[in-house]
Write a protein that binds this ligand. Sequence first.
Ligand SMILES: N[C@@H](CCC(=O)N[C@@H](CS)C(=O)NCC(=O)O)C(=O)O
Ligand SMILES: [Fe+2]
Length: 297
Amino acid sequence: MSVLHTNNQHNVLIEMFFDQDSSTFSYVVADTHSKRAAIIDPVLNYDAAAGAVSTEGADTMLAYIAQQQLSIDWILETHAHADHLSAAHYLKQKTGAPVAIGEGIKKVQQTFKVVFNLGDDELTAKGDYFDKLFTENETFAIGELKAQVINTPGHTNDSVSYLIADNLFVGDSLFMPDSGTARCDFPGGDAHVLFRSIQRIYQLPEQTQIFMCHDYQPGGRELKYQTSVAEQKAHNIHVKADTAEQEFVLKRETRDKTLAVPRLIYPSVQVNIRAGQLPIAAENGVSYIKIPLKVVQ
Ligand SMILES: N[C@@H](CCC(=O)N[C@@H](CS)C(=O)NCC(=O)O)C(=O)O
Ligand SMILES: [Fe+2]
């Protein structure tokens, strides 16, 4: 599926890729003048029972990139995902592009360094493994397209949104209006902080197009991945233009209490805090995923 967006100065080509297993959208966003592009939130396939990692999804993106004759300037993560593994490292090896994320990743790395009992040789928690840590409002280029980083923490500490021309890639800060927002109960998550991040998004021009990172198809409706600031402000079931912070926080925290831990949280986090690299292999050459056990009384 692709959408050709045109504004006054630039042509932006946005291609969406969907990972059925984790209900995740990834994107290739290209400047059609220069043929330079960014990859956003690519997924690495993972069969948890078999411990098998594979690259079908990323290879589909690479085939599209080759077919369109694009050069990749950036591999962008909206946050360290807790529900699927990132293909950023694999795609960096294939394209040579740097992997970037918000500088809040340092806090996320520190949190999970403790959870997984990692030594400094495995993770320093200073943004290691990533090539670029974006700061608040930092701008960068994708060919002739101007891109800007907007810090949107709340779902996680490191969540950012990428404004590329007038298209906003929000990660999990917002879902489609009929799904509302993402959970705020992961370590470092905070519903108050997410509310304030969403207020920043709602200050953007009404016609700004918003691209999702997930859609869980409530009520079995068809898959949707694109909406606008105006539609969110009018219809988002958790935060409309006039929703008070406390009302949102109550709704969000009530729902969070009902949600199960994501199926792939442990493998995902261990790989994603390392920018998509597998844990350092043991002496036998094999990488292992750790699961901290809690004894339930
Ligand atoms: N059932 C999914 C849930 C994944 C999940 O928790 N997704 C997060 C975003 S990373 C979320 O906000 N989900 C909201 C919801 O499920 O309502 C899984 O196990 O992977
Ligand atoms: Fe997420």
